[in-house]
Ligand binder design. Sequence first.
Ligand SMILES: Nc1nc2c(c(=O)[nH]1)N[C@H]1C(S)=C(S)[C@@H](COP(=O)(O)O)O[C@H]1N2
Ligand SMILES: [Mo]
Length: 425
Amino acid sequence: MITQDDDVVDRDGAGKRRLSRRNFIAASTGLAGSLVAGRAAADSLADVPPREVGADLSGRSERSQYVKISRIPEATPGKRNIDPSDAINSKTPLDKLFGSITPSDLHYERSHSGVPDLDPAKHRLLVHGMVKKPLVFNVEDLKAMPSISRTVFIECTGNGWENWKKADPDLTVQNTHGLVSTNEWTGVPLKFIVDLIGKERDSNWMLAEGGDAAGVARSIPLTDEILNEAFIAYGQNGEPLRPAHGFPMRLVMPGFEGNLNIKWLRRLKFGDRPWMTRWETARYTQLQADGKAEQFQLRMDTNSVITSPSGTMVIKPGYQRITGLAWSGHGKITRVEISTDGAKTWQDAQLNSPALPKAQSRFQMDWVWDGKPTKIVSRSTDDKGNLQPDRKSFIAVTGSNALFHYNAQQTWSIDETGRVRNVLD
Ligand SMILES: Nc1nc2c(c(=O)[nH]1)N[C@H]1C(S)=C(S)[C@@H](COP(=O)(O)O)O[C@H]1N2
Ligand SMILES: [Mo]
């Protein structure tokens, strides 16, 4: 029987753990009970159910009746009212998804005045302000322009705020980290629009405003990075945007806070200073340790979370495939490390390809749980050299008045019964 973790883990030259068939077979046959699969009884189909008659083909596919998977809306006072604002959000089931793309209907959702049902025939986008030629577009105009498709994460600045002060042990990863998702978005580069309208040289800010009742509007600094990367999307995972995500058009701001990705986009106004909307004064400012508020903390930092095993799951001793997601608003994830002994020692996880810049990346690692209580935690590094901080150093730098941009390492504890719980560290 295999008892030593090292016996089942290959190491390559760099000492990195690799996933291998040998590891998997050794670990899962050495320790009973961790897998359902068994040796085939005979060289026949005796163990396999018969073929089944099919239903009629249809215009649109549904999930299997056996797959129960959904977002969880969290908002108005309820069982888990952890949202300090009056906004409504609906979180992605990170623990039930594979790979790195979020299905469109499970992309997290945050809408401050519900989801407007906009008629694309009537919807217009006004582009004006410090420009030579103010223009009005509809979605057909946008579709006629040169477009790009890019896979990026969008993350609400509030993602993770449950764990700022305390850790509710009964939270799932959907509760703690479900306000981030990754989709392929298609649309027109902001740069193209800027050239079309002839933006004035000293116009270095842009106001983006949504067409929903909330009147969400944000001032966006026109840095080179933003001018080169922002785009006005009309497509989401190969189809028109879903209403919840801004149909018929939205701004996509790769790497920057979710709130800037203005949905139901109706106006872009160019100017030479920020507009100081209530969304960047009363809301979405960060209270510092000294009581002052920081404005325009726009970038989403390097982050990661183990999605399995994760909060409320129950595991058995033996082989475990630890897996999760890592992302950074600075660029590409280059490394994810996992600790299975409460952050004492770390091993490199395998990063699945492709690890795209400003998109979620899937990671995984073989592990054999010996049945003793422990804690598991991940930390990521991006190609700009940013390392995801542990909670102590994160709080030391940020203070505990803050509410947004929580990107400290997430620790899951595992007790002797195999129950996984959310803990601070
Ligand atoms: N017009 C408008 N745009 C909006 C919002 C909104 O309420 N209205 N919510 C913002 C916030 S706070 C976030 S986090 C993202 C969420 O995008 P999603 O719902 O597609 O995930 O959209 C942003 N854009
Ligand atoms: Mo948000």
